[in-house]
Design a protein around this ligand. Structure first.
Ligand SMILES: NC(=O)NC(NC(N)=O)C(=O)[O-]
Ligand SMILES: [Zn+2]
Ligand SMILES: [Zn+2]
Length: 462
């Protein structure tokens, strides 16, 4: 493909395509990839030298909790998106529950959009919520352009008074029926409330409140029971379901089997289940607390096997930040559940998956970029190919470093990955052809992230 003159050519990088990696140039015009291949001799206004570096599609982080409106003191669009940009993320999908109010009505969606406008370094989509008593919001939220809907099958931790409630079985079934009619996806936190609340009560009653006790109170069976039930509901209602943060190989296997039987279901896991284990709960404390909890080293390796077999559809951070003091509680049960990992996902997965375990880069890119774009209808995004948005993460595979608090750009400087060696590093990030981050200069002052809706990009403001 040729063009008269590019706005920019990124020269000589190892470019990660859908099915292979190859050294080539990327020509960009008007924020879109317009040339790919050997572009030497073709004029451009600007050149970027990527020789010796790897150019991946920017990560699309499908699972991020930012806390605006209302709880910007936990995490805001500016700090959260800065961390994401530095981590090679070019689009993120914000979950509906950690802002106040939660995104369960059109009014709340408008508040979320107003809070985000002009303040995000990278593009973003917004999830709506499925909660009891709000079934009437499903269609208006769909029409307004939410990515899909998030529901919890066990109690959801959410800040503020106006809490985001878990869906009872009636809400789940009726909600799934209505969501099916919109064609959108229901993202499910699948843990059985009866199992986890019964076991948590037992632990707390007997004074067992360590990290290991917390993990034991949310066993893999809780995940499997909820996945089973939701798969049956998906079969009954025809609802497309995306299972977020699956923590076990068995859970991934159940979802994979159901998809082979014809259900429209996908599975997500997160970098923390692929990097950390229950040992880290003792070593690192509640910064490593999340739900479902971290699993054993043996389980982690079983999960990697499912990744290698291509059974995991996508990987997302589940960045769920909080003030650091909320991680410092005597009882593990009282600490905030959520891992602040936004900045490290891509570096971790490339390091652990490609550099350590030999997974090809295009397979990683498939899980972190192409699959989320395809699953959630972001047709302009997720691949390095002509006609796609020039959303790119340039990675230096030889630049390993130990993550320190000083690197973190999100609001509260804790992460379970502090002190860990990351085997590669994001060198520069482009969103629609604009540089939003580079290692030397940090995050660009101009915050040009836009709201993306399934089926296209919403132009808001300037
Ligand atoms: N309120 C949250 O951010 N919850 C999240 N917390 C985790 N994963 O520990 C989640 O996705 O369930
Ligand atoms: Zn969840
Ligand atoms: Zn989450």
């Amino acid at each position: 493909m040729t063009t008269e003159s590019f706005d920019m050519v990124i020269r000589g990088g190892s470019v990660v395509l859908k099915d292979r990696t190859a050294v080539m140039d990327i020509g960009i015009t008007g924020g879109v990839i317009t040339g790919l291949g050997q572009l030497k001799g073709q004029p451009a206004l600007d050149y970027v030298d990527a020789e010796g570096l790897t150019v991946m599609p920017g990560m699309i982080d499908a699972h991020v909790h930012l806390n605006e409106p209302g709880f910007g003191h936990w995490e805001g669009f500016e700090t959260g998106s800065a961390a994401l940009a530095a981590g090679g993320v070019t689009t993120y999908l914000d979950m509906p529950l950690n802002g106040v109010p939660p995104t369960v009505t059109i009014e709340a969606l408008q508040l979320k959009l107003a809070a985000a406008e002009g303040r995000s370094s990278v593009d973003y989509g917004l999830w709506g919520g499925l909660v009891p008593g709000r079934l009437e919001s499903i269609v208006p939220l769909h029409e307004a352009g939410v990515i899909g809907y998030k529901a919890f099958m066990s109690a959801a931790g959410s800040p503020g008074e106006d809490a985001f409630c878990e869906a009872d079985d009636y809400t789940l079934l009726e909600g799934m029926k209505r969501i099916a009619a919109t064609g959108k996806v229901l993202a499910l936190h699948a843990e059985s409330e009866p199992i986890v609340s019964m076991l948590a009560q037992e632990m707390k009653r007997s004074g067992r409140t360590s990290g290991a006790d917390y993990a034991a109170s949310r066993p893999i069976q809780a995940e499997l029971e909820a996945v089973h039930r939701a798969l049956i509901y998906a079969g009954l209602t025809g609802c497309r379901v995306h299972f977020v943060h699956i923590s076990s190989a068995e859970g991934i296997g159940l979802i994979r089997e159901a998809s082979l039987r014809g259900l429209d279901v996908t599975a997500e896991t997160c970098p923390h289940y692929l990097k950390l284990t229950t040992d880290d709960l003792a070593a690192k404390g509640a910064v490593a607390k999340c739900a479902p909890p971290l699993r054993s080293g043996e389980e982690r390796e079983k999960l990697w096997e499912t990744v290698k077999k291509g059974w995991v559809n996508l990987i997302a951070s589940d960045h769920s930040p909080c003030p650091s003091a909320m991680k410092e509680r005597d009882s593990f049960f009282e600490a905030w559940g959520g891992i602040a990992g936004a900045q490290s996902s891509l570096e971790l997965i490339v390091g652990e998956g490609h550099l350590k375990r030999g997974l090809p880069l295009h397979a990683i890119s498939g899980m972190v970029s192409l699959a989320p774009a395809a699953r959630f209808g972001l047709s302009q995004k997720g691949a390095i190919a002509p006609g796609f948005d020039a959303d790119l993460a340039i990675i230096d595979l030889a630049d390993s470093y130990v993550l320190g608090k000083e690197h973190l750009l999100h609001r509260h400087k804790h992460s379970p990955y502090v002190g860990e060696e990351l085997k590669c590093r994001v060198a520069a990030v482009y969103v629609r052809g604009k540089r939003v981050y580079d290692k030397a200069g940090g995050v660009a002052a101009e915050r040009s992230g836009r709201w993306v809706k399934p089926g296209g990009v919403e132009e808001r403001g300037g």
